[in-house]
Design a protein around this ligand. Structure first.
Ligand code: ADP
Ligand code: MG
Length: 749
């Protein structure tokens, strides 16, 4: 598509007034080549001159007890460097038409001294105070240089002035705040009208969005506060809208192109299985199961997210779904993130299948375990079993992705602890089930397996509307009745001797304990305690004559497995460990969890670790151990993170995480706090999701807009799944131009 407008916008920036080849080169270095690129170089922030004060008014505000920030536009009148004892500082006196005020710096003195020139105009913002001599004063204020013309409201800049990031590449060719503003102003005045719309008319109308041209003009040089806000809204909306379009396409594509299987409960296999369970399913488990059964029966392939806090009993639900697949003559796969977890699943499930066979003689269900670290001969035997469908339930790790693995008749895929895998990995496993290499968008695909992804870390609403928006969702929101909440406490390192005494005492009443350390080997830099050296130290001191095991990340998996097995069978009372026990492992009598250097762990990791205990009927204890100095810090800061500098923030965040653990047992609450602390980028596989990064919208705060954008996008794809209507042309054009990378999983390419 190359309309006349398009060609104009693609003109190199060089041809804009006062740019030229040299400056064009410096623009190129920061990714701005064309006039269009420049038009989409948005301000980092704006100065609203309608809310600035004169110095006289500001003084009056201060005298009347005003304590907030304010902005004054004024000229540099005078500056001086001074010494006060051994301390140096510098002062700039500013003047406007109503009076004077001063700004003071104690740091960066040389820099600031050279920065301010007499008669230059600045917008100065900050919290004012009264100086010793009773004048209005700012200490280390924010300031923006503005030109004379701008300060008087010329240059068509209106009352709200944009400020752009000014990378060093631009500075190198003498582009400063004003000149950049002038260059962009000239681009906007002359070329913004050439910009073509990228959204459907109906979407614009229904959501009261400004047209793209208007939004671009107003994001740079807004006519009013309202028009700026509505421009910002449009860019967030548009960004989220296209994200949701991708999600809707992905979902549609999966449902349409691949016709799934229709799996029903056929025999009494399931009812027999329920008979061998030592407990009744919870209401939540039953509800989720009926949702899953409905999906499995439908010929549309299931693509479902199953959420449930640690210990809520997801495995049983998954297993029943697998049995339904097996009952229909299909294979079912369960994929786990670690070998040790896969191994435990295989053991438990095999045990249950043996028990099932005692009362259900019609079919012996065969379980096969496939791991990367297996001996070659064993692995080959397993691969053969899988290929010949001698194995009904196949459990494994990433090894299941390998080229060599060939399923005969895969009907159901379950991904456990799915946040450990990316969306791309999920897609790869699904494509295995279809017998096709690579992508999902091959039309010849015959039957797609049903898919359930399970997550113990509840996924906040904003993310389930975006990154996980192509999945249907089920939640197990109830714990088995037998379970008591874990008691969580925070202790300083100096209390360790008492903690050891506590866990030794508890051995008499049948308790087993985990002692967890963050890393395997001592790293001088981080002063982390190494599990190995602590094992030696502890077994020679506090834990002398106690049965203690050690498990760590460097062990081969079968050794880990053996240790876990010994622990399960009470050959150890205490297991010293690194985070390898993090996910899924189930030891009923392990009811104490001591976590050393707890401040080093992420919040969801801590919650997962705590989820390892409290599975039996005894009261369980989680003891978070941290540096003594963090204890008092932690008590001061409960929820506030806004105030701190990045340097302070890390330790405050740690204390907020620890407090959250003490206060909350509910995984949903925990994950909400985690999302606030970390931002969405790092969690839940957003990065590996295959979706474009967000520039304008914020997954944490823009919930409303996400929800509207999602509705609009899904509505459009419902009505026009291939985006072939004339109305959809803008969307289609932008999609193919900007998002082709994200098409891997969709049909429009
Ligand atoms: P998670 O959801 O964290 O994967 P699991 O599936 O491992 O939890 O279940 C934790 C424990 O709870 C297991 O020992 C399991 O047998 C048991 N369990 C599951 N469902 C119930 C239930 N309805 N009543 C009692 N115990 C249950
Ligand atoms: Mg689990």
């Amino acid at each position: 598509m190359s309309s006349k407008e398009e060609q104009i916008l693609n003109t190199p920036v060089q041809y804009i007034k006062s740019v030229g080849p040299k400056r064009a080169e410096s623009f190129r270095k920061i990714g701005i080549r064309s006039i269009k690129d420049l038009l989409f170089y948005f301000p980092a922030r704006h100065l609203d001159r309608t809310t600035t004060l004169t110095s006289a008014k500001a003084y009056g505000y201060l005298m009347n007890g005003y304590e907030g920030e304010l902005t004054i536009i004024a000229r540099v009148d005078d500056k001086e460097r001074k010494r006060f004892g051994r301390k140096e500082f510098m002062k700039v006196q500013f003047r406007d038409s109503t009076g004077f005020f001063e700004c003071v710096w104690f740091q960066g003195i040389k820099y600031f001294y050279d920065f301010f020139h007499e008669e230059d105009t600045f917008a100065v913002s900050g919290k004012p105070s009264l100086s010793k001599y009773g004048s209005l004063q700012f200490v280390h204020p924010d300031f923006d240089r503005i030109s004379d013309d701008e300060s008087r409201g010329f240059l068509n800049t209106g009352k709200i002035i944009p400020f752009y990031r000014l990378p060093k590449e631009l500075k190198a060719t003498n582009i400063g705040d004003f000149s950049l503003r002038r260059i962009i102003n000239s681009a906007v005045e002359n070329f913004a009208d050439q910009i073509e719309e990228t959204l459907n008319e109906i979407v614009i109308q229904e959501n009261s969005l400004p047209p793209l041209k208007e939004a671009v003009k107003n994001i740079h040089f807004p006519l009013s506060k309202e028009s700026l806000e509505s421009a910002k809204y449009r860019f967030k909306f548009e960004e989220l809208f296209f994200l949701e379009i991708l999600i809707a396409l992905r979902k549609k594509n999966y449902q349409n192109v691949l016709s799934g299987n229709s799996l029903k409960v056929r025999t009494n296999l399931i009812s027999d299985f329920l008979k061998i369970l030592p407990f009744d399913l919870t209401k939540a488990q039953l509800r989720v199961l009926s949702e899953i059964r409905k999906d499995m029966e439908s010929p549309v392939p299931m693509n479902r997210l199953l959420q449930g806090d640690v210990g809520s009993g997801k495995t049983i639900v998954a297993l029943i779904a697998m049995l339904i697949a097996v009952d229909n003559g299909y294979q079912a796969v369960l994929m786990a993130p670690t070998e040790i977890l896969a191994d435990q699943h295989a053991k438990n499930i095999s045990k249950m299948m043996n028990k099932l066979f005692e009362i259900h003689k019609e079919k012996k269900i065969k379980v096969s375990l496939l791991l990367g670290g297996q001996k070659k001969s064993l692995k080959e035997k397993n691969l053969e079993q899988i290929e010949l469908q001698e194995a009904d339930i196949i459990i494994g790790t990433h090894a299941l992705f390998e080229e060599k693995v060939k399923f005969k008749n895969l009907g159901l895929i379950i991904v456990d602890e799915q946040h450990r895998f990316g969306v791309a990995q999920r897609a790869r496993l699904i494509s295995k089930g279809t017998g096709l290499p690579g992508k999902l968008d091959e039309n010849e695909a015959s039957k797609a397996p049903d898919v359930i992804v399970m997550s113990a870390t509840p996924i906040p609403r904003t993310l389930s509307m975006t990154v996980y928006g192509d999945l249907d969702s089920s939640v197990i929101d109830e714990m088995p009745k037998s379970r008591k909440p874990v008691k969580t406490v925070l202790r300083g390192e100096s209390k360790l001797p008492e903690i050891y005494k506590f866990i030794i005492d508890k051995i008499q009443s049948g308790y087993q304990s985990f002692i967890v350390y963050p890393l395997v080997e001592e790293s001088e830099k981080l002063e982390l305690k190494a599990a190995e050296s602590y094992f030696t130290e502890l077994t020679n001191s506090f834990l002398k004559n106690i049965k203690v095991g050690l498990i760590h990340g460097r062990m081969p998996w079968d050794e880990k497995e053996e240790k876990m097995f010994l622990f399960l069978n009470k050959k150890y009372d205490i297991l010293i460990s690194t985070t390898v026990i993090e996910v899924g492992i189930d030891i009923p009598d392990a009811n104490i969890m001591v976590i050393n250097d707890a401040h080093r762990f992420g919040l969801s990791q801590l919650h997962q670790l705590r989820g390892r205990i409290g599975r039996g009927t005894k009261q369980a204890y989680c003891i978070l151990v941290t540096k003594d100095k963090y204890i008092s810090l932690s008590e001061q800061h409960e929820n506030e993170i806004e105030f701190y500098s990045p340097a302070q923030l890390e330790s405050y965040k740690a204390s907020i995480r620890l407090q959250a653990m003490i206060k909350h047992n509910d995984g949903f609450k925990i994950s909400e706090i985690d999302l606030k602390l970390r931002g969405p980028g790092n969690i839940f596989g957003v990065e590996q999701s295959g979706f474009p990064e967000l520039k304008y919208a914020d997954l944490v705060t823009d919930t409303e807009i996400i929800s509207k954008a999602k509705d609009a996008a899904f509505k459009l794809i419902e009505a026009d799944p291939e985006l072939e209507f004339e109305d959809s042309r803008p969307v289609r054009t932008k999609l193919t131009e900007n998002y082709s990378e994200s098409f891997k999983y969709t049909k429009i390419a």
